[in-house]
Design a protein around this ligand. Structure first.
Ligand SMILES: Cc1cc2nc3c(=O)[nH]c(=O)nc-3n(C[C@H](O)[C@H](O)[C@H](O)COP(=O)(O)OP(=O)(O)OC[C@H]3O[C@@H](n4cnc5c(N)ncnc54)[C@H](O)[C@@H]3O)c2cc1C
Ligand code: FES
Length: 234
């Protein structure tokens, strides 16, 4: 069991959880967390927001009964962490854009720490949060509230683009990635999918993702996929 260091409310329904312990992980990987006994049955997946010498951090949005329990955590409380799981974002070089929508900014902070001098684009529908933490890490930081953050990104300007956010945003990023390259660079666009999960380790097929080469598992084969490999269904 890990011990909660802090669990700070950043915005309406958005919390920053810091947990003590020897926890590693790569950018884009996730942990399965629980802060309860037998019920709810399933642990909940949360992306690594940051790894420190003394612990690991998460950023989460309260959407249901599991995250409601997380929101009640106080310093000293215990949580169970399993992981890190998933493939994560690749370690790349070149000109990089990190694009996050809403709580999808969670894994991108660790990316910004690992890939300094990336351009960072953060979009929110109503209220921005955690943006100032990105500022010293980013070559350029663009924040949008209420609009479409992808409209601010010139896909032709980058070698690699990492995206995490709601599915319509991921689909739009896939389209923009496919259209890019005519007059400039063709970026590699990587999407972090947040499909619903159960086991988190590839055993149950709940997190199935349609890809050009067939069905894959978000938890074990992802959650990061090359955009051009993913087939979205409405
Ligand atoms: C690999 C991965 C990484 C994730 N990282 C983060 C993160 O860093 N921060 C964060 O806040 N959330 C993250 N999520 C989503 C998070 O796991 C869910 O929001 C959480 O499990 C919901 O649990 P709950 O018990 O609060 O809600 P539930 O009671 O299980 O569900 C409440 C509502 O939320 C919807 N919901 C539940 N899970 C998801 C999901 N995965 N995607 C979309 N809608 C969902 C349900 O359909 C339902 O409408 C991640 C998911 C995955 C798969
Ligand atoms: S969550 Fe069980 S296979 Fe992915």
């Amino acid at each position: 069991m890990a011990t909660v260091i802090s669990n700070e409310r950043l915005a309406n329904g958005v919390y920053h959880l810091r947990v003590e312990g020897d926890y590693g992980g790569k950018m884009g990987q996730f942990y399965m967390l629980r802060a309860w006994g037998a019920y709810p049955l399933l642990s909940r997946p949360l992306s690594i927001h940051q790894v420190n010498d003394d612990g690991v951090e998460f950023l989460y949005h309260v959407v249901g009964e599991g995250t409601e329990i997380f929101a009640e955590l106080s310093p000293g409380d215990k949580v169970q962490l399993e992981g890190p799981f998933g493939n994560g974002f690749p370690e790349v070089e070149g000109k990089i854009a990190l694009i996050g929508g809403g709580i999808g900014i969670a894994p991108l902070y660790y990316c910004a720490r690992q890939l300094p001098d990336s351009d960072v684009y953060l979009g929110f529908s109503r209220e921005a949060f955690r943006t100032e933490a990105f500022r010293p890490l980013a070559a350029e930081l663009t924040v949008d509230v209420g609009g479409l953050i992808l409209d601010s990104v010139d896909f032709n300007s980058y070698d690699h683009i990492f995206v995490c956010g709601p599915q319509p945003m991921l689909k739009a990023a896939q389209r923009k990635g496919a259209a890019a390259g005519a007059g400039g660079r063709r970026p590699n666009v990587y999407l972090s999918l947040e499909n619903r999960m159960a086991c988190g380790i590839g055993a149950c097929l709940v997190c199935s993702v349609s890809c050009l080469d067939g069905q894959r598992k978000a938890c074990a084969d992802g959650p990061v996929f090359l955009a051009e490999e993913v087939v979205f269904h409405d």
